[in-house]
Design a protein around this ligand. Structure first.
Ligand SMILES: [Zn+2]
Length: 294
């Protein structure tokens, strides 16, 4: 079931050459070029799951880092071809040292039980019943963990070998939704700023979308984007907008209908931040998400 193996000439023994690259991406595409560069210069294998959608973009990215043993960042959804590609990579890289989760949304961690059933190994994550509970600055396997709250509580970026695995804190394209739990938006902005001040990575490997080869420009773009939304929101409030509908129309008019629900989630997080800063006018309708755990 593994893709594109038939017909390939025998490859040299597990060098970080081209034999792993291009299995998931169309030969000659920008993505295949990025995959080859990651493999050659960082020994990182990029696997993309076939779960495309409005939020997952072209699919969830799984990253296989290092070898003897390899570590896996975000095993992804439980899809057989994806798991088989992952198993194959782990075999080729001398086994599994552990799994690191940027966060515990299903599209990033659903495959964990199936992966561990085949390769028992510790799991590191920011929350949940795991062997290693990540904390700011914690070291696990080849990674240093950097808290990047906002999209999910307990979200971490992982830095290793000059690459920063950003999960859904920063994507390869588009923007992310920020969850409305206490302090999420302010924590998110601080995390982006802290990451942008670091100089120990030269590529972002996001949870969705392609690798980003200009990481600091992307981080700045993300901070600017959030502040731009906040400024537009403050302006809309100043004009007298008070309902969720009015605020979405004023600030998120560019967002397609399919993502309007998630824009509402991010609106709630922005309103929480303004309320915490005591600058939210009275009478503003606040979105409610009863029973949702972020
Ligand atoms: Zn995701």
């Amino acid at each position: 079931m593994s893709a594109n193996v038939a017909g390939m000439s025998p490859s040299p023994s597990r060098g970080a050459g081209g034999e792993e690259a291009g299995l998931t991406f169309e030969a000659g595409s920008t993505e295949a070029g990025s995959a080859a560069r990651l493999l050659r210069d960082y020994d990182v294998l990029w696997l993309r799951a076939a779960n495309p959608g409005p939020v997952t973009l072209s699919g969830t990215n799984t990253w296989v880092v290092g070898r003897e043993p390899a570590w896996v960042v975000d095993p992804g959804p439980r899809l057989d071809p994806h798991l088989e590609a992952l198993f194959e990579a782990i075999e080729a890289r001398g086994g599994l040292g552990g799994v690191a989760l940027t966060h515990d949304h299903q599209d990033h961690c659903e495959a964990v039980p199936a992966l561990l059933a085949r390769y028992p190994a510790p799991v590191a994550a920011g929350r949940g019943e795991v062997e290693v509970l990540l904390k700011e600055g914690a070291r696990v396997g080849p990674f240093e963990a950097v808290a990047t709250p906002g999209h999910a509580a307990g979200h971490f970026a992982l830095i290793a070998e000059g690459a920063c695995f950003t999960g859904d804190a920063v994507l390869g394209e588009g923007s992310v939704f920020i969850s409305p739990y206490r302090g999420a938006m302010a924590g998110y902005l601080r995390a982006l700023t802290r990451l942008s001040l670091r100089r120990d990575f030269s590529v972002l490997c996001p949870g969705h979308g392609p690798p980003v080869w200009d990481p600091h420009a992307k981080l700045e773009e993300y901070v600017d984007h959030r502040l731009d939304r906040e400024n537009k929101l403050i302006a809309a409030l100043g004009r007298g907008c008070r309902t969720v509908q009015e605020l979405l129309d004023a600030v998120w008019s560019d967002v397609p209908q399919a993502l309007r629900g998630l824009a509402t989630v991010t609106l709630a997080a922005h309103l929480d931040k303004l309320a915490d800063e005591h600058v939210l006018p009275a009478g503003v309708e606040r979105p409610r998400f009863e029973g949702t755990e972020w």
